[in-house]
Design a protein around this ligand. Structure first.
Ligand code: SAM
Length: 295
Protein backbone atom coordinates (compact mmCIF):
# COMPACT_ATOMS: atom_id res chain seq x y z
CA UNK A 1 0.00 0.00 0.00
CA UNK A 2 1.30 3.47 -0.89
CA UNK A 3 1.91 5.60 2.16
CA UNK A 4 1.53 9.36 1.93
CA UNK A 5 3.28 11.80 4.21
CA UNK A 6 1.95 15.28 4.91
CA UNK A 7 3.82 18.46 5.83
CA UNK A 8 1.99 21.48 7.26
CA UNK A 9 3.86 24.78 7.28
CA UNK A 10 2.66 27.67 9.45
CA UNK A 11 4.09 30.99 8.26
CA UNK A 12 3.41 34.71 7.97
CA UNK A 13 4.80 34.57 4.42
CA UNK A 14 2.84 31.88 2.55
CA UNK A 15 3.98 33.40 -0.76
CA UNK A 16 7.53 32.39 0.12
CA UNK A 17 6.68 28.80 -0.80
CA UNK A 18 5.23 29.60 -4.24
CA UNK A 19 7.32 27.57 -6.64
CA UNK A 20 9.75 26.19 -4.08
CA UNK A 21 8.18 22.71 -4.06
CA UNK A 22 7.45 22.63 -7.78
CA UNK A 23 10.69 21.17 -9.05
CA UNK A 24 12.30 17.78 -9.48
CA UNK A 25 11.76 15.07 -6.90
CA UNK A 26 9.59 17.23 -4.62
CA UNK A 27 7.16 18.02 -7.43
CA UNK A 28 7.07 14.38 -8.59
CA UNK A 29 6.50 13.06 -5.07
CA UNK A 30 3.46 15.33 -4.73
CA UNK A 31 2.16 14.47 -8.20
CA UNK A 32 2.37 10.76 -7.30
CA UNK A 33 0.52 11.32 -4.02
CA UNK A 34 3.49 10.23 -1.87
CA UNK A 35 3.84 13.63 -0.22
CA UNK A 36 1.46 16.51 0.44
CA UNK A 37 2.39 20.02 1.56
CA UNK A 38 -0.10 22.40 3.19
CA UNK A 39 0.81 26.07 3.66
CA UNK A 40 -1.05 27.97 6.41
CA UNK A 41 -1.06 31.75 6.62
CA UNK A 42 -0.69 32.74 10.27
CA UNK A 43 -2.49 36.03 9.64
CA UNK A 44 -5.58 34.02 8.81
CA UNK A 45 -5.79 33.21 12.52
CA UNK A 46 -5.91 36.80 13.78
CA UNK A 47 -9.07 38.75 14.63
CA UNK A 48 -8.06 42.40 14.49
CA UNK A 49 -8.18 44.87 11.64
CA UNK A 50 -4.38 44.86 11.25
CA UNK A 51 -4.11 41.07 11.37
CA UNK A 52 -1.49 41.42 14.12
CA UNK A 53 0.80 38.42 14.63
CA UNK A 54 3.55 40.04 16.72
CA UNK A 55 4.06 42.16 19.82
CA UNK A 56 6.86 43.75 21.85
CA UNK A 57 8.97 41.46 24.06
CA UNK A 58 8.33 41.37 27.78
CA UNK A 59 11.44 42.63 29.54
CA UNK A 60 12.32 45.00 26.72
CA UNK A 61 14.98 44.59 24.10
CA UNK A 62 15.19 44.60 20.35
CA UNK A 63 12.54 43.51 17.88
CA UNK A 64 9.17 41.82 18.07
CA UNK A 65 7.97 38.36 19.05
CA UNK A 66 5.33 36.18 17.34
CA UNK A 67 2.27 36.18 19.61
CA UNK A 68 1.05 32.83 20.94
CA UNK A 69 -2.71 33.14 20.23
CA UNK A 70 -2.67 33.08 16.39
CA UNK A 71 -0.19 30.19 16.46
CA UNK A 72 -2.36 28.26 18.92
CA UNK A 73 -5.37 28.81 16.65
CA UNK A 74 -3.44 27.75 13.57
CA UNK A 75 -2.38 24.55 15.35
CA UNK A 76 -5.92 23.91 16.60
CA UNK A 77 -7.14 24.20 13.00
CA UNK A 78 -4.77 21.30 12.23
CA UNK A 79 -6.26 19.26 15.08
CA UNK A 80 -3.27 19.76 17.36
CA UNK A 81 -4.05 20.06 21.05
CA UNK A 82 -1.71 21.51 23.62
CA UNK A 83 -0.16 19.58 26.49
CA UNK A 84 -2.86 20.67 28.97
CA UNK A 85 -5.63 19.55 26.65
CA UNK A 86 -3.84 16.24 26.22
CA UNK A 87 -4.08 15.67 29.97
CA UNK A 88 -0.91 17.27 31.27
CA UNK A 89 1.69 15.25 29.45
CA UNK A 90 3.35 15.68 26.12
CA UNK A 91 2.70 13.25 23.36
CA UNK A 92 3.24 9.83 25.04
CA UNK A 93 5.09 8.56 21.99
CA UNK A 94 7.89 10.95 22.95
CA UNK A 95 8.44 9.64 26.45
CA UNK A 96 11.08 8.80 27.45
CA UNK A 97 13.00 11.27 25.30
CA UNK A 98 16.01 9.19 24.46
CA UNK A 99 18.70 10.69 22.29
CA UNK A 100 20.42 8.11 20.13
CA UNK A 101 24.13 7.89 19.44
CA UNK A 102 23.57 9.43 15.99
CA UNK A 103 21.83 12.48 17.47
CA UNK A 104 18.28 11.49 16.51
CA UNK A 105 15.67 11.31 19.20
CA UNK A 106 13.48 8.23 18.97
CA UNK A 107 10.27 9.49 17.48
CA UNK A 108 7.29 7.61 16.25
CA UNK A 109 3.57 8.25 16.13
CA UNK A 110 1.48 10.07 13.61
CA UNK A 111 2.10 13.83 14.01
CA UNK A 112 5.20 15.72 15.09
CA UNK A 113 5.16 19.46 15.71
CA UNK A 114 8.47 21.20 15.08
CA UNK A 115 9.56 24.73 15.85
CA UNK A 116 12.27 25.98 13.51
CA UNK A 117 14.75 27.84 15.68
CA UNK A 118 18.43 28.77 15.79
CA UNK A 119 18.26 27.52 19.39
CA UNK A 120 17.11 24.06 18.33
CA UNK A 121 18.83 20.70 18.15
CA UNK A 122 20.85 20.27 14.96
CA UNK A 123 18.80 18.94 12.04
CA UNK A 124 20.83 15.97 10.79
CA UNK A 125 20.23 13.20 8.29
CA UNK A 126 19.58 10.84 11.21
CA UNK A 127 16.77 13.14 12.41
CA UNK A 128 15.41 13.27 8.84
CA UNK A 129 15.38 9.44 8.69
CA UNK A 130 13.31 9.36 11.89
CA UNK A 131 10.90 12.07 10.70
CA UNK A 132 10.34 10.23 7.41
CA UNK A 133 8.61 7.51 9.46
CA UNK A 134 5.82 9.74 10.79
CA UNK A 135 2.59 10.53 8.95
CA UNK A 136 2.50 14.28 9.44
CA UNK A 137 5.09 16.92 10.29
CA UNK A 138 3.95 20.41 11.29
CA UNK A 139 6.59 23.11 10.88
CA UNK A 140 6.28 26.46 12.67
CA UNK A 141 8.27 29.25 11.03
CA UNK A 142 9.43 31.97 13.38
CA UNK A 143 10.13 35.57 12.37
CA UNK A 144 11.48 38.70 14.08
CA UNK A 145 13.09 37.75 17.42
CA UNK A 146 11.30 34.42 17.41
CA UNK A 147 8.15 32.77 18.76
CA UNK A 148 6.64 33.17 22.26
CA UNK A 149 8.34 30.31 24.15
CA UNK A 150 5.03 28.99 25.50
CA UNK A 151 4.21 27.71 22.01
CA UNK A 152 7.36 25.62 22.16
CA UNK A 153 6.54 24.36 25.66
CA UNK A 154 2.89 23.61 25.04
CA UNK A 155 2.82 22.28 21.50
CA UNK A 156 6.19 21.35 20.10
CA UNK A 157 7.77 17.93 20.06
CA UNK A 158 11.12 19.36 19.09
CA UNK A 159 12.97 22.53 18.21
CA UNK A 160 15.19 22.13 15.15
CA UNK A 161 18.04 24.27 13.85
CA UNK A 162 19.35 23.78 10.32
CA UNK A 163 22.78 25.19 11.19
CA UNK A 164 24.84 27.45 13.37
CA UNK A 165 23.75 30.72 11.81
CA UNK A 166 20.72 33.00 12.15
CA UNK A 167 18.20 33.22 9.31
CA UNK A 168 15.67 36.03 9.09
CA UNK A 169 12.82 33.52 9.25
CA UNK A 170 11.99 29.84 9.61
CA UNK A 171 10.69 29.52 6.04
CA UNK A 172 14.01 28.57 4.44
CA UNK A 173 14.62 26.13 7.29
CA UNK A 174 11.16 24.57 6.80
CA UNK A 175 11.86 24.13 3.09
CA UNK A 176 15.16 22.43 3.94
CA UNK A 177 13.41 20.03 6.34
CA UNK A 178 10.63 19.20 3.83
CA UNK A 179 13.10 18.58 1.01
CA UNK A 180 15.40 16.40 3.13
CA UNK A 181 12.70 14.32 4.84
CA UNK A 182 10.47 13.95 1.81
CA UNK A 183 13.14 12.23 -0.30
CA UNK A 184 13.45 9.54 2.40
CA UNK A 185 9.75 8.64 2.23
CA UNK A 186 9.55 5.15 0.68
CA UNK A 187 8.90 5.33 -3.06
CA UNK A 188 9.99 8.95 -3.52
CA UNK A 189 13.47 8.25 -4.87
CA UNK A 190 13.25 6.36 -8.17
CA UNK A 191 15.95 3.95 -7.10
CA UNK A 192 15.06 2.92 -3.54
CA UNK A 193 18.69 2.41 -2.64
CA UNK A 194 19.97 5.82 -3.68
CA UNK A 195 18.91 7.22 -0.31
CA UNK A 196 21.11 4.63 1.34
CA UNK A 197 24.37 5.33 -0.45
CA UNK A 198 25.03 8.98 0.20
CA UNK A 199 26.67 11.37 2.64
CA UNK A 200 25.68 10.74 6.29
CA UNK A 201 24.04 7.46 5.19
CA UNK A 202 23.76 4.28 7.20
CA UNK A 203 26.46 1.60 7.48
CA UNK A 204 26.71 -1.44 5.19
CA UNK A 205 25.04 -3.70 7.73
CA UNK A 206 21.89 -1.56 7.70
CA UNK A 207 21.47 -1.49 3.92
CA UNK A 208 18.24 -3.22 2.99
CA UNK A 209 18.33 -3.15 -0.75
CA UNK A 210 21.22 -5.48 -1.61
CA UNK A 211 20.40 -7.87 -4.38
CA UNK A 212 21.72 -11.36 -3.92
CA UNK A 213 24.50 -12.21 -6.34
CA UNK A 214 24.82 -8.67 -7.71
CA UNK A 215 28.20 -7.14 -6.92
CA UNK A 216 27.90 -3.82 -5.18
CA UNK A 217 30.30 -1.01 -6.05
CA UNK A 218 29.34 1.22 -3.12
CA UNK A 219 29.78 1.18 0.62
CA UNK A 220 27.18 2.36 3.10
CA UNK A 221 28.52 5.70 4.31
CA UNK A 222 28.22 4.75 7.99
CA UNK A 223 28.11 8.47 8.83
CA UNK A 224 30.88 9.55 6.44
CA UNK A 225 30.67 11.91 3.47
CA UNK A 226 30.00 10.56 -0.01
CA UNK A 227 32.84 9.73 -2.45
CA UNK A 228 33.44 11.95 -5.54
CA UNK A 229 31.43 11.21 -8.67
CA UNK A 230 32.52 11.29 -12.33
CA UNK A 231 30.76 10.93 -15.68
CA UNK A 232 31.60 11.25 -19.39
CA UNK A 233 33.80 12.55 -20.94
CA UNK A 234 36.67 10.52 -19.51
CA UNK A 235 39.00 13.47 -20.10
CA UNK A 236 38.01 17.00 -19.10
CA UNK A 237 40.03 20.18 -18.54
CA UNK A 238 43.24 18.17 -18.71
CA UNK A 239 42.02 15.80 -15.96
CA UNK A 240 41.23 12.16 -16.52
CA UNK A 241 38.49 10.45 -14.52
CA UNK A 242 40.04 7.76 -12.25
CA UNK A 243 40.89 4.65 -14.31
CA UNK A 244 39.64 2.33 -11.55
CA UNK A 245 36.05 3.50 -12.20
CA UNK A 246 36.23 2.39 -15.81
CA UNK A 247 37.55 -1.15 -15.45
CA UNK A 248 34.31 -2.80 -14.29
CA UNK A 249 35.90 -4.44 -11.23
CA UNK A 250 33.23 -3.77 -8.58
CA UNK A 251 35.38 -4.86 -5.68
CA UNK A 252 38.18 -2.50 -6.74
CA UNK A 253 35.68 0.32 -7.29
CA UNK A 254 34.17 -0.29 -3.87
CA UNK A 255 37.59 -0.16 -2.23
CA UNK A 256 38.55 3.04 -4.07
CA UNK A 257 35.26 4.72 -3.17
CA UNK A 258 35.65 3.87 0.48
CA UNK A 259 39.12 5.35 0.51
CA UNK A 260 37.76 8.52 -1.12
CA UNK A 261 34.99 8.73 1.49
CA UNK A 262 37.58 8.56 4.22
CA UNK A 263 39.82 11.12 2.49
CA UNK A 264 36.95 13.60 1.94
CA UNK A 265 35.67 13.23 5.47
CA UNK A 266 39.12 13.64 6.97
CA UNK A 267 39.74 16.75 4.84
CA UNK A 268 36.34 18.46 5.14
CA UNK A 269 34.56 17.07 8.21
CA UNK A 270 37.01 15.32 10.56
CA UNK A 271 34.38 15.71 13.33
CA UNK A 272 32.25 13.05 11.58
CA UNK A 273 34.97 10.42 12.00
CA UNK A 274 34.35 10.36 15.75
CA UNK A 275 30.84 8.90 15.45
CA UNK A 276 31.34 7.02 12.17
CA UNK A 277 31.02 3.24 11.91
CA UNK A 278 34.52 2.23 10.81
CA UNK A 279 35.76 -1.26 10.04
CA UNK A 280 39.28 -2.46 10.83
CA UNK A 281 40.11 -1.89 7.13
CA UNK A 282 38.77 1.66 7.36
CA UNK A 283 40.96 2.37 10.37
CA UNK A 284 44.05 1.03 8.61
CA UNK A 285 43.26 3.15 5.55
CA UNK A 286 42.73 6.24 7.69
CA UNK A 287 46.05 5.67 9.40
CA UNK A 288 47.76 5.47 6.00
CA UNK A 289 46.02 8.64 4.77
CA UNK A 290 46.98 10.53 7.93
CA UNK A 291 50.63 9.39 7.63
CA UNK A 292 50.65 10.42 3.98
CA UNK A 293 49.32 13.87 4.90
CA UNK A 294 51.90 14.27 7.65
CA UNK A 295 54.89 13.39 5.44
N1 SAM B 1 16.45 35.66 18.33
C1 SAM B 1 16.69 34.42 17.68
C2 SAM B 1 18.01 33.84 18.17
O1 SAM B 1 18.94 34.59 18.39
O2 SAM B 1 18.10 32.59 18.28
C3 SAM B 1 16.76 34.56 16.17
C4 SAM B 1 15.44 34.78 15.52
S1 SAM B 1 15.52 34.68 13.76
C5 SAM B 1 15.93 36.30 13.30
C6 SAM B 1 13.84 34.50 13.28
C7 SAM B 1 13.39 33.09 13.01
O3 SAM B 1 14.17 32.49 11.99
C8 SAM B 1 13.47 32.14 14.16
O4 SAM B 1 12.39 32.27 15.04
C9 SAM B 1 13.48 30.79 13.47
O5 SAM B 1 12.18 30.35 13.16
C10 SAM B 1 14.21 31.10 12.18
N2 SAM B 1 15.61 30.69 12.22
C11 SAM B 1 16.69 31.48 12.31
N3 SAM B 1 17.82 30.78 12.27
C12 SAM B 1 17.46 29.48 12.17
C13 SAM B 1 18.19 28.26 12.09
N4 SAM B 1 19.51 28.24 12.14
N5 SAM B 1 17.48 27.11 11.97
C14 SAM B 1 16.14 27.12 11.94
N6 SAM B 1 15.39 28.24 12.01
C15 SAM B 1 16.04 29.41 12.12
Amino acid sequence: MIRSMRFEIVTIFPGFFAGIFEHGIVRRAQAEGLVEVGIHDLRGFTHDRHRTVDDRPFGGGEGMVLKPEPLAEALASLGIRNKNERGGSRDPTLAPKKTRKDGARNISGSTKVILLSAQGRPFRQAVARELAKVDRVVLICGRYEGVDERINELYCDMELSIGDYVLSGGELAAAVVVDTVMRLVPGVLGNESSGEFESFGVADAEILSDQEGVPRSQHGAGGLLDYPHYTRPAEFGGLRAPEVLMNGDHLEIRRWRREQQLRKTLANRPDLLVGAELSADDRRLLERIRKEAAS
